[in-house]
Design a protein around this ligand. Sequence first.
Ligand code: NAD
Ligand code: TDX
Length: 331
Amino acid sequence: MKIVVTGGAGFIGSHFIKYILKKHPGYKILNVDKLTYAGNLENLEEIKDNPDYSFVKEDICNRKTIENAISGYDVIVNFAAESHVDRSINEPEVFLKTDVFGTFNLLEICRTRGIKKYIQISTDEVYGSADYGETFTEESRLNPSSPYSASKAAADLLVLSYYKTYKMSINIVRSSNNYGPNQYPEKFIPLFVTNAIEDKKLPLYGDGRNVRDWLFVMDNCAGIDTVLHKGVSGEIYNIAGESERENIFIAKKILKYLGKSEELIQFVNDRPGHDRRYSISCEKIKRIGWRQKTSLEDGLRLTVEWYRDNRQWWEKIKSGEFLKYYKTHYK
Ligand code: NAD
Ligand code: TDX
């Protein structure tokens, strides 16, 4: 199989590329990534010379170059997105461009160039906040809260329209919150782990009791691989971590693993429109063979150890673009 992965230099995309090359020897992967602040070729260092892997630096909004590069490929798996909710609140425009128009562009490329299959990497955030006791299935209504999740929901609807109108073979994968090595340290877990290592405060939004469902990144990659090979065209598949925890629980766990004081936790102003809880059912993807392998306990410990042992990876990031952004918006 010849797979185009867009956004493959980011957190989940880079793990997916490494996962596929290992699991399916002989598969070819072309990574198309604009290398925004979140794209990092260091994430792919170990496979950069693999003859089955190639890379093109390009924006998914630019049709021409991508059309030429992807000739002969079977499938596009679209990870490329602006992915951070807080940034979407401060600077929403680029979310519309990449997450909506970029998706449209890739769909048009598939339609006009006869690419056999398109997989959209979406998110549980498109369902919006779940009440306590409520769990969303793939049939639940879309009710996004932030410009980020609204742009992802818009993209999902476009993808579904290409299935209905043009009979294109598509799938949509909606996963819960991923965590693991190589996640950009603006997201909750890597921000809190790296701040704790540096003895900096951990800024916990609101009352710290918002609930997220944590999924180890490799389990998500395995789920996407399952959909790639066994997904029924036109279908949406949720991938859940089945590990819902309040943010304060995760913060305390991180501090415990690192042997740091809970006094590092600092309650700060809440995120506007902050979804209280995410909860999705993953019974449908289980029916086509996926099972989670890594418990939150094991995954979180491994993740904390990775950040402790790979300071060179995140120190560069935290002193560069990230610091500039943080100073503009938070100080
Ligand atoms: P990330 O921000 O780490 O990586 C995004 C990648 O996309 C980067 O390499 C970036 O350079 C690239 N990119 C951004 N704009 C681009 C453009 N216009 N053209 C080409 N490349 C572009 O994101 P992530 O956390 O790895 O998320 C990947 C996908 O998974 C996203 O679509 C996101 O919505 C979805 N998702 C993420 C999570 C999560 O917890 N991280 C959960 C559910 C779904
Ligand atoms: O500094 C922080 N303090 C804090 O309390 C940050 C960055 C976050 N939080 C809270 C907000 C959320 O309740 O932690 C929780 C997780 O926050 P994020 O890591 O920003 O993730 P979230 O907003 O849940 O969105 C993530 O999951 C779904 C990803 O960023 C999305 O790309 C994905 O679609």
